[in-house]
Design a binder for this molecule. Sequence first.
Ligand code: 13P
Ligand code: SF4
Length: 302
Amino acid sequence: MNYINEINRLKKDKNAVILAHCYQNVEIDEVADYIGDSLYLSQKAAETDADIIIFAGVYFMAQTAKILNPNKKVILPNLKAGCDMADMIDLQQLREFKKHNPNIPTVCYINSTAEVKSECDICCTSSNAIKIVESLNSPKVLFLPDQNLGRWVEKQLGNVEVITYNGFCPIHNNLDTAEMKETKANHPNAIVLAHPECREEFLELADYVGSTTGIINYVKNSSEKEFIIATEKGVIDRLQRDYSDKKFYNICDKPAICPSMKLIKLEDIYNSLVSETPEIEVDKEISQKALKCINRMLEVSK
Ligand code: 13P
Ligand code: SF4
C-alpha cells in the first residue's frame, strides 16, 4: 500500500491534521501538515479547526494538544511513545519540591505530565523559557523537571535564582564534553549548535544554544558551511535534506537518538486514521487546571 497517498486521502475525508515534531522519523514529513518544535506544535494545536489531531510526537505533546482541544479527538499513533524526562517527576514529587521551597512561582517545562502542569503556575518550552521566567518578575523561580534547561536560563538572565528539580533528558544529558572537544578538533571550521537540554559544561563549548527550531533557523540564516549539531538525530536528518550545500556533523559520528520519538511509523499513522485510535483522554479537572498553565505560556509567547 502507498501509505503516503492513503494518509493524505484519509486526512481530507476526516478533516484531520497531522502535527509532527522534528525528532520524528524524517519520512513522517511527507504527510505532516505542521512540522516543528514543541512551542510551534502547541501553537498549531491551539489554532486548529480540524476534527481529529494526529500527533506524531511523544505522549506529553499529544496530551497538551488534548488539553487545548477537549472536544476534539487527539490521537497518538503509538501509546508507548513516552518521554523519560517527563516521567521523572510526578504530582507527589512536585508537591515535595514545592514544600521545600514555599511561596515561589513554579515553571514547568512542557515535557511534563498533565497532573504536574495542573499544579504549576506557567509552562515553557526550550524556545521561550527565558521569556517565561522573565515574565514572572520574581527574584526566585522553581523550575522542573529539566535541571539543565533551568540552569541555562538562570545563566542567561543573571538576575533570577532558578531553583531546579533534578530531572534531565537522557539523550541530551549523555552528550559528552570530551567527545565534543574531539569533534571540534576534527572540524575546526564548524559552528557548534546545541540544545539547552545538554549539560552546562557541554553548552559552554557551543557557539549557539537554542531549541530545535532555533537550531534550524540558525543554519537557515547562516552563510557558514559546516555545523556540529548537538541534539536529536531528526534535526540533522532534516538539515541534511534541506541544506545539501552544507555539512552537518554528529558528535564523534554518533547520532543522538530518542527511541520514543522513532516509534511512530507511516503505517501507525495510517492505522490511527482508519481506526481513530488510540485516543488521548485527560481527567476533566486536571485538564482545566493544566490549561491555565499552558494558556498562560501561549499568551506570553505571542
Ligand atoms: P523542543 O521541541 O522545544 O526543541 O524540545 C525538544 C524536546 O526534547 C522535545 O521532546
Ligand atoms: Fe523526552 Fe529527551 Fe526524548 Fe525529548 S529527546 S522526548 S526530552 S527523552
